[in-house]
Design a protein around this ligand. Sequence first.
Ligand SMILES: [Zn+2]
Length: 301
Amino acid sequence: MKRTVRIFSSIALLTIAVCFWSACSIADDGGTEDTGKPEPKPDAISRLDQAEQTGVIKTTGSSPPASQPAKLTKGGVVLTFDDRNFDDWVNTLSLFDEFNVKATFFIHGKIDGPARMAIAQLKLHGHAIGSHSVSHLKAVEYFEANSAEKFLQTEIDPQMREFESAGVDVVSFAYPMSRNNTTTDKTLLKVFRHLRTGRNITEGKRFRDDDAFFVKATEVSEHGCLYAKGIDHAPWRPDRTYAQIDGALERAAANDEIIVLYAHRISETGTRNYLTPEALMRVISKAKSIGLQFYTFDQLP
Ligand SMILES: [Zn+2]
């Protein structure tokens, strides 16, 4: 009898876990908090083991500080994706591999079973992982209502400990909803090598003419916080048509500059923020055709 109850409980738990995983994957910039602790799926556990055995994921808690990457000289693109769109990201690994492109994935919430499984896969394929905070709150407003210390204590430290126990070195942070100022930057740069925020193109300018998005490859280490351009819904919005994006890529290639792009889901369709695989492939192909490199945040000095 007890055994029957135990089996039934296990099935119920697994169902809840799968539901949580699905819910996480459709969360975008809406500030979803993650309180569930789903268990890994069996096949994903074996993938996690594979990553551990091949040394991609370290199983010991303490990890040495990430060494400073070499100075960059060639212009390039830093592709980034946010939130917890694990299914989309893992499903796109073959596309990234086809073009030998490495991206950075900024995760918010608990580094629980689903997060660890996704991280294992992403790391196995050479991608980088960044922090996107615990609760996806607006940093500027949080600092004003509480304090810098409280933000670090509640939104950064717990997640960094979880990343560490998952064996992942995290050296970069993406602001939820791009809410940053000089105070938040100064505080967070004590923890991270680079921060990423977003901004709109200055009124009346083209993407390629807005200097805020471009940093000389040789000067990246002098820019703690980098300004990224959103490309969800490309090419259907006027600020992210292929003409706009191509222009920016051409400028970066001509001047050996770095540009950072961000998106959320990678999907054919969606109700909120997503980039289609076709648009992603189009951006990658253009960048490659003009000799741009692809860098992860871990590769930025
Ligand atoms: Zn977000």
